[in-house]
Ligand binder design. Structure first.
Ligand code: HAM
Length: 439
């Protein structure tokens, strides 16, 4: 009746983390946390469940996200609930909720799991984790520089070199000014709805072929000249000279120069960089893998948002931050061969009872080692001694201790180093001291 069994596969687009994958996940999270904390960021967290209204409110609203990508359901109390698709509205809620008690500026980080109903593909799944780092209550552009420097450092701390990735930088104000200037020049009464549509189109610029892009742009604007003007702006080559030449790039220039000052040079100013969220108001940035075989999708995205806490109160608190995904992070580390060859998750010591009747004695001895923080397990399988030893060796256990009648009556035990083949004998105390000097 095997057809009645449930499948063992996970739900579409989410991952199971068997210990080997979990070890890699933990390696990535530990490194992320370490870098964020080195920059003075404090960790926060919240529930994955949020009231659906949080994503519908003006300011947080993102049409595609809310209508097509959220997991939303009605709970047993008739409340509409969403599994968070991103952390930014949540952290804005937390900050706004305690705005009178908190000491600004805040530097906060979190590694939440997020749910988006997307078509599963390379670099995009339905559940992912994201390192979120945000600074609240700092209006000066130094916050933008610091955030991008932190994003850069997360990659460097995995052993990446600057030539492996590219930071793309833009500022939302430039495009807004272009819209206004073009509208005036070509006599177009540009509506908010058109701006939104154009912004969405620009966000997909790399996914659409140029002639289709141009056609869609003309369709939205209803004016060839205006479209041509915008297209030229979006695709203009932004070298050092252009950035420094005109005043319209003032804000962008500060951030750009700030990063160069900190020694961060793998930056490309890209006027077509849009970011999918409506809440960004200033600096926006993304990081891309430069390897030809690497993921084509952004590994990280972020920016400055001045109005997100405005949906909770009339107090305005600015924010700037980024999210960096674990799926693209692991892809990047694998593509560039930056993952450690082996992340050992095995215990440091395996106690091997010769017969089942010694299992409990094994557990008692294991407790002594565990109290001294040596990761210890007891092989309570029914396997033969040789199999127990080869299993320990295969799973990467460095030390084994066999216990039987002789050891328990003489209270003299042997500790075998499996990779060197050496043996150390003595009382539990002697062996404990021997091991604690090794770990
Ligand atoms: P985002 O661009 O939607 O920004 O996501 C940031 C990063 O999360 C992406 O660059 C990617 O690495 C990863 N990511 C996004 N969606 C998926 C997915 N479906 N599967 C796997 N990875 C994914 C935000 O979410 C903003 N809230 C970030 C932010 C924080 N802005 C300010 N503070």
């Amino acid at each position: 009746m095997s057809e009645n069994f449930l499948p063992t596969e996970s739900y579409k687009g989410v991952r199971d983390f068997y210990p080997k994958d979990m070890a890699i996940q933990r390696y990535i999270f530990n490194s992320w946390s370490k870098t964020a904390e080195i920059f003075g960021f404090e960790k926060y967290d919240a529930s994955i469940l949020e009231p659906a209204d949080l994503y519908k409110a003006k300011g947080a609203e993102n049409e595609e996200m809310v209508n097509q990508q959220t997991y939303t359901f009605i709970d047993r109390g008739e409340r509409e609930v969403t599994l968070r698709p991103e952390m930014t509205p949540t952290v804005a809620r937390l900050v706004a909720g305690k705005r009178r008690e908190l000491n600004f500026p805040l530097r906060w980080y979190s590694i939440p799991n997020l749910f988006r109903y997307e078509r599963p593909q390379r670099g995009r799944l339905r559940e992912h984790w994201q390192l979120n780092c945000d600074i609240f209550g700092a209006d000066h552009f130094t916050a933008d520089v610091e955030l991008i420097a932190l994003a850069y450092q997360t990659l460097i701390d995995f052993g990446a070199t600057p030539d492996m990735f590219e930071i793309r930088l833009n500022n939302r104000k430039i495009l807004s000014a272009d819209f206004a200037r073009g509208a005036q020049k070509y006599g177009v009464d540009l509506k908010d709805e058109q701006i939104l549509k154009i912004s969405r189109l620009i966000d997909r610029i790399e996914k659409i072929n140029p002639s289709d892009f141009e056609k869609q742009m003309v369709d939205i604007l209803g004016n060839d000249e205006f479209s041509k003007y915008l297209l030229e702006r979006l695709t203009s080559d932004m070298d050092d000279e252009v950035i420094h030449k005109t005043e319209e790039f003032e804000d962008l220039k500060f951030v750009y120069d700030g990063l160069i000052n900190l020694g961060i040079k793998n930056i490309k100013v890209d006027l077509s960089l849009m970011r999918g969220f409506d809440y960004y108001t200033g600096t926006i940035f993304e990081i891309f893998d430069k390897h030809p075989g690497g993921t084509k999708r952004a590994m990280l995205g972020g920016g400055r948002y001045d109005n997100l806490t405005a949906m909770f109160s009339s107090d305005k608190i600015s924010g700037v931050g980024f999210g960096m995904g674990d799926v693209t992070m692991r892809d990047f580390l694998e593509t560039h061969n930056l993952l450690p060859a082996k992340i050992n998750t095995a215990p440091e010591l395996m106690i091997i009872p010769l017969e089942t009747k010694f299992n409990l004695e094994g557990e008692k001895i294991a407790q002594i080692f565990r109290q001294r923080e040596i990761k210890t397990a007891v092989d309570i399988s029914e396997n033969k001694l040789s199999k127990k030893i080869s299993d320990a060796s295969l799973s990467g256990v460095p030390y084994v201790m066999v216990i039987g009648e002789d050891e328990l009556s003489s209270l003299t035990f042997s500790l075998k180093n499996l990779s060197l083949g050496t043996t150390e004998s003595g009382s539990i105390d002697t062996l404990l001291n021997h091991l604690t000097t090794h770990f």
